[in-house]
Ligand binder design. Structure first.
Ligand SMILES: Cc1cc2nc3c(=O)[nH]c(=O)nc-3n(C[C@H](O)[C@H](O)[C@H](O)COP(=O)(O)OP(=O)(O)OC[C@H]3O[C@@H](n4cnc5c(N)ncnc54)[C@H](O)[C@@H]3O)c2cc1C
Length: 282
């Protein structure tokens, strides 16, 4: 009797096995599935899924002199619970506001960046941490991209069909660097960001800004660092900082059902000031 092909669902525990599976045509990768499944059309049944959540080491957050490595199956809830340097507070604050507890328990940080939504809440905090993305394939081995180069556009990344993201790597931040995150949505939980901002700040011994990183999401096709503003902030006292329209001129927000472009630009100026104050008060 001829049997119709059933859905194949693989949950390998070894990375080489996962990469082997990925060399087959038509394999789709999932982690928590919280972006993947809602994006399927009614009646659509993907027939070859590779679940990466059981791969050895993928659920680990490891810290070394070189930096902090966040495995590809680390969830938002894992990040909230992890003992991380205070420079990661913005990422933790973002994690607490992603979706709901159920989404935070299943959804991964790596899934968030691979989905490459302009409204992905993990991207601004990771950009402000100078995060890099580690990829692996059976054919070419490992390669590492700065996060800003990994995300190429709306729902577009540098990933090739035979590649997995294996981890996010954050260079070890200065122990005194602090951070803050601000998200604007139409309500507190289960909402897509109208705009979000992550800031990392290092103060000198006089309380002036010695290093500033400001990243904004939902206000351009790809979340971005505001490098001209970061340079302007050096030497300033946080309490005196006022963000001008020129400071956010690099952003290109759209008008949509969630807010107008003008509203987003206005909100972001306020968010940056708040995130700086949150960072230095932490
Ligand atoms: C109700 C609800 C509320 C939500 N709220 C928010 C929110 O507030 N903020 C927010 O930013 N997002 C939100 N999301 C979106 C989603 O939960 C997050 O983006 C989440 O982090 C995705 O992670 P995941 O593990 O579920 O990804 P998955 O759905 O498993 O995968 C997402 C994409 O990444 C790819 N992928 C995953 N892992 C890998 C890997 N290791 N290598 C290569 N490709 C990979 C998949 O192929 C897929 O294309 C929400 C979703 C839902 C359903």
């Amino acid at each position: 009797m001829k049997v119709d092909m059933c859905m194949a669902y693989s949950q390998p525990s070894l990375l080489p096995d996962a990469l082997d599976i990925l060399t087959q045509a038509g394999v789709r990768v999932i982690a928590g599935g919280t972006d993947f499944y809602p994006a399927l059309k009614a009646g659509q049944h993907p027939d070859n899924l590779l679940d990466v959540t059981r791969i050895d080491g993928f659920s680990d957050i490891t810290q070394s002199e070189g930096g902090i490595k966040i495995g590809a199956a680390v969830t938002w809830s894992d990040v909230v619970k992890a003992d991380l340097p205070q420079a990661f507070d913005a990422l933790k604050q973002a994690a607490r506001e992603v979706g709901s507890l159920q989404i935070q328990n299943a959804g991964t940080i790596v899934g968030n960046i691979c989905n490459a939504s302009p409204a992905a809440d993990g991207v601004p905090p990771l950009l402000a941490l100078n995060a890099e993305v580690e990829l692996a394939s059976a054919a070419t081995g490992k390669r590492v991209f700065p996060l800003g180069a990994f995300i190429r556009g709306v729902r577009q990344t540098a990933l090739k069909d035979d590649e997995l993201v294996t981890a996010i790597i954050v260079p070890k931040p200065d122990a005194d660097m602090t951070s803050g995150f601000e998200k604007l949505g139409s309500r507190r939980y289960l909402v897509i960001s109208i705009a979000m901002t992550a800031v990392n700040i290092l103060l000198d011994t006089q309380g002036r800004i010695a290093d500033a990183r400001v990243a904004v999401g939902s206000c351009s096709a790809i979340a971005q660092r505001l490098t001209a503003l970061e340079a302007r902030l050096i030497g300033q006292v946080p309490a005196d900082i006022r963000i001008s329209p020129d400071d956010v001129a690099a952003l290109t927000p759209i008008d949509d059902v969630r807010g107008t472009s003008a509203y987003r630009l206005d909100a972001v100026r306020d968010q940056i000031e708040r995130a700086i104050h949150k960072a230095v008060l932490s």
